[in-house]
Design a protein around this ligand. Structure first.
Ligand code: FES
Length: 281
């Protein structure tokens, strides 16, 4: 269980793992995620299921090494196993035939965007993918996104590949050319999702974002993943991860990301302490 059958380096610090997990491979839907713990020393990391192979009984996880726990995960090799992979968690993507859908992925956000594009394509939509990264070397999953869409555009912040600019610049030019977009899906860093929502709001294009905050229990109990959507408190792990982007309080999201370190760490240590405590009884 949870054995790594394939490991690949996609770009600097971005790793892809194919993990044996037949149950999750069979039951997952687009948009859902798992919470992974490498070993006892690792924190619980929420990761969207980027792909699954039911016949092989494997799921694909893609992540960026940004801290201790993700670096620990990244140090594992083919043949090693993760301590636990819990899921599928979260609500599946709402898929129907909307018409023309633009799927935008920024940086590592291209990975969670992939199964959504696949599902929307399968539901009969015309899928236009726009993927972006800071530079050419950081671009991931180009071939797979191409296969999951009807049309693909690429942008890089530094102009080293594709359009010189942001994914929102590409969307703007599509709109300017008269493209009628029925739905937009935007996944990536918070500023990218915020900018995408600001743009689509101007044109009344319904927009879905997928949020990826810190998570602890993944069951709606700890409160670590709370966000404000449409003025209401929601938990990303059970109410999300996808939300109406025009209703997400991005200002708060950015603040909470910054405030996370001192406060949430304490909350998490408390939680883990309590869990350990309960286990002794
Ligand atoms: S991770 Fe969502 S409430 Fe704990």
């Amino acid at each position: 269980m949870n054995k790594i059958v394939m490991k690949k380096v996609l770009s600097e610090g971005v790793k892809e793992f194919e993990i044996e997990s037949p149950q999750i491979a069979k039951s997952r839907h687009a948009g859902q995620f798992v919470i992974v713990r490498a070993n006892e020393k690792g924190e619980r990391i929420p990761l969207t299921i980027a792909d699954a192979n039911v016949e092989k009984g494997t799921i694909t996880l893609i992540f960026q090494e940004v801290g201790k726990s993700t670096m620990l995960m990244g140090s594992f090799n083919e043949g090693d196993s993760f301590l636990d992979v819990v899921g599928p968690l979260g609500k599946p993507t709402h898929t129907e035939n909307f018409g023309t859908v633009v799927c935008m992925g920024g940086g590592i956000g291209v990975a969670p965007m992939h199964p959504i594009a696949q599902a929307l394509k399968q539901a009969g939509n015309r899928v236009i993918a726009i993927i972006g990264a800071r530079s050419k070397e950081l671009l991931i999953m180009e071939d797979r996104i191409k296969a999951a869409s009807h049309e693909m555009h690429i942008s890089t912040d530094d102009g080293s590949f594709g359009v010189h600019g942001f994914v929102t610049d590409v969307l703007q030019s599509l709109i300017d050319k008269g493209e009628k977009v029925d739905l937009c899906v935007a996944i990536g860093p918070v500023p990218m999702m915020n900018a995408s929502c600001k743009l689509t709001k101007q044109y009344d294009i319904p927009t879905v974002v997928s949020l990826n905050p810190i998570m602890v229990d993944g069951t709606g109990m700890c409160g670590a993943c709370r966000v404000t959507v449409g003025g209401k408190t929601r938990f990303v792990c059970v109410d999300g991860p996808e939300f109406n982007g025009h209703e997400v309080d991005f200002v708060e999201l950015v603040k909470r990301q910054r405030a996370y370190l001192p406060q949430e760490r304490e909350a998490r240590e408390q939680y883990q302490h309590e869990c350990g405590h309960h286990n002794h009884h």
